[in-house]
Design a protein. Structure first.
Length: 378
């Protein structure tokens, strides 16, 4: 029976909310829903579908028990008499993390996605629980854990990313300098050996890979959850989000513009013409928060990329309509390795449809989206 009323849609959302876990299951349910719709749908209906998917994000709890695979490297632990202290990393505040990032960037040359991996590597090393539980006396384990996390955090189905060999060895040398440990040749050889093993384990769950790569248990330190190794992205409470936006606006023109939009302001006369994408990004974030969409740091970044890109595309004056801009941006972001989960994408589209008073043929949209993501349009 076709769906043509709000009541019928609400009844169908019950099965959507109780679907099996996983992005594929959510996509299949939404495709079936799209085929059942007899009308185009607007912002409110898109948001309801999105929230049905975001209620669990398609992520299952991590399986109980640790991975069966065991450590496959060689022990690389400094003597117990070593005076190395994890305090060498500095304090646990943002200023010290910035110092580490600056130090690493000055020492380890990297461009593009290698620079992104480098920054995630440093951020992992800076975590106090990592320093406590792995300890500086295990520099190879510290390195491998950070490298594995960086690669898995940056990976997408369309654009897998791994460290270049020279960048990885330079990072390990920098790590030894920062922690104050010897840059021993046998340790470097073990870093190379575990790198080869890590690349062989790219298709295995991250916890399984970590158990074979690190001599000490590190599963509790991995920022991932569920069978699909989804990055944990805990939602920020609204008050914390306001605080984060305010803090980021200190000393950043771009975040000042985002905060203006987040506070529901508009671009004023005489303001930099480039402000509009950032203002609209702030407005999109506020719109989503006000409607109950949970925003963690990862999602906030993806929505920001989406909103800025859509606004820029629509501002070019080349007659691109909002739905066309949406599809172009989603495919373009995927090409750059930024995957918007479907529920998140529909929430962003709901905002766009609200701004432009658009209605969507969901079945047709999903069909064009699938073809675009498969590279069928160029």
């Amino acid at each position: 029976m076709g769906i043509s009323t709000a009541a019928a849609l609400e009844a169908r959302l019950v099965s959507l909310r109780s679907r099996p876990a996983g992005e594929d299951a959510f996509l299949a349910e939404v495709q079936a829903l799209g085929a059942s719709l007899e009308v185009r749908i607007g912002s409110d209906s898109l948001l309801k579908i999105a929230l049905a998917g975001l209620s669990s994000d398609g992520v299952s709890p991590p399986p109980s028990g640790g991975p069966a695979a065991g450590f496959a490297g060689r022990s690389m632990v400094l003597p117990s008499t070593s005076t190395i202290s994890s305090a060498a990393f500095g304090a646990d505040d943002g200023a010290e993390v910035e110092k580490l990032l600056t130090s690493c960037a000055a020492t380890v040359e990297a461009q593009g996605n290698q620079a992104e991996l480098r920054d995630i590597y440093v951020a992992m090393l800076a975590r106090p629980d990592v320093r406590r539980d792995v300890a500086a006396s295990r520099p190879v384990d510290l390195h491998v854990l950070s490298a594995l996390t960086a690669e898995r955090a940056s990976v997408s189905a369309l654009s897998p990313v791994t460290f270049d060999g020279d960048v990885e060895l330079a990072l390990y040398a920098w790590l030894c300098t920062v922690v104050g440990v010897p840059h021993a040749s046998e340790h470097v050889a073990e870093v190379t050996s575990r790198r080869h093993l890590r690349l062989q384990l790219r298709d295995r769950p991250v916890a399984v890979a970590a158990a074979q790569l690190c001599e000490v248990p590190v599963g509790h330190l991995l920022p991932f959850e569920g069978p699909a190794d989804t990055l944990v992205d805990g939602p920020l409470p609204p008050d914390d989000l306001v605080r984060v936006v305010d803090e980021l606006a200190q000393g950043s023109t771009f975040w000042t513009w985002r905060r203006q939009g987040f506070q529901l302001g508009c671009v004023t006369g005489g303001q930099d013409a480039g402000a509009m994408p950032y203002v609209m990004s702030g407005r999109a974030l506020r719109w989503l928060v006000d409607r109950g969409v949970p925003l963690g740091p990862q999602r906030l970044g993806r929505i920001d990329d989406y909103a800025k890109s859509v606004t820029e595309m629509l501002g070019r004056g080349d007659d691109t309509d909002p739905l066309g801009a949406h599809l172009n941006v989603v495919v373009g972001l995927a090409d750059d390795g930024i995957h918007l989960p479907l529920a998140e994408e529909l929430a962003a589209l709901a905002w766009l449809c609200d701004v432009h008073d658009e209605y969507v043929d969901l079945e047709a949209l999903l069909d064009i989206r699938a073809k675009g993501l498969r590279g069928m349009f160029g």
